[in-house]
Design a protein around this ligand. Structure first.
Ligand code: AKG
Ligand code: FE2
Length: 130
């Protein structure tokens, strides 16, 4: 099964793949193939890690391509906060010895974020870019 370009919600996603490639990440504007390594997890950074870290860790834009070499199977395990948590940049990261750093993201309840992401309104674009 293929998947259109998106970034994951939550902090981190752990992905197990069956050895058939097809996952690609966007790096410097180009789609790059991700290899499959046996007995390993692939870890994707998610939107809420980007928000919490005030942009220090960017969520990765990725997609899954189908191919004729075999059936690709993967299991993705998302990890995020509780649904009622408001996620915003960590206050500790907004002050440093060099002065104040502006918050680059507004706070939003995780549940509301998921509803927005799942709605058809955004056509599965990267929600942080909206
Ligand atoms: O097919 C894949 O490995 C991608 C899965 C994925 O990106 C997701 O479930 O969010
Ligand atoms: Fe994903």
């Amino acid at each position: 099964m293929g998947m259109p370009p998106h970034s994951d919600h939550g902090l981190l996603t752990l992905l197990i793949q069956n050895g058939i490639g097809g996952l690609q990440i966007q790096h410097k504007g180009k789609w790059v193939n991700v290899g499959t390594h046996p007995n390993s997890f692939l870890v994707n950074t998610g939107d809420h890690l980007e928000i919490l870290s005030n942009g220090r860790y960017k969520s990765v834009l990725h997609r899954a391509m189908v191919n004729s070499n075999g059936t690709r199977m993967s299991i993705a395990m998302a990890h995020g906060p509780s649904l009622d948590s408001v996620v915003s940049p960590a206050p500790e990261l907004l002050v440093s010895s060099e002065g104040d750093e502006p918050a680059a993201y507004i706070g939003m309840k995780y549940k509301d974020y998921l509803e927005l992401q799942q709605s058809n309104k955004l056509d599965r674009v990267r929600i942080l870019a909206v």
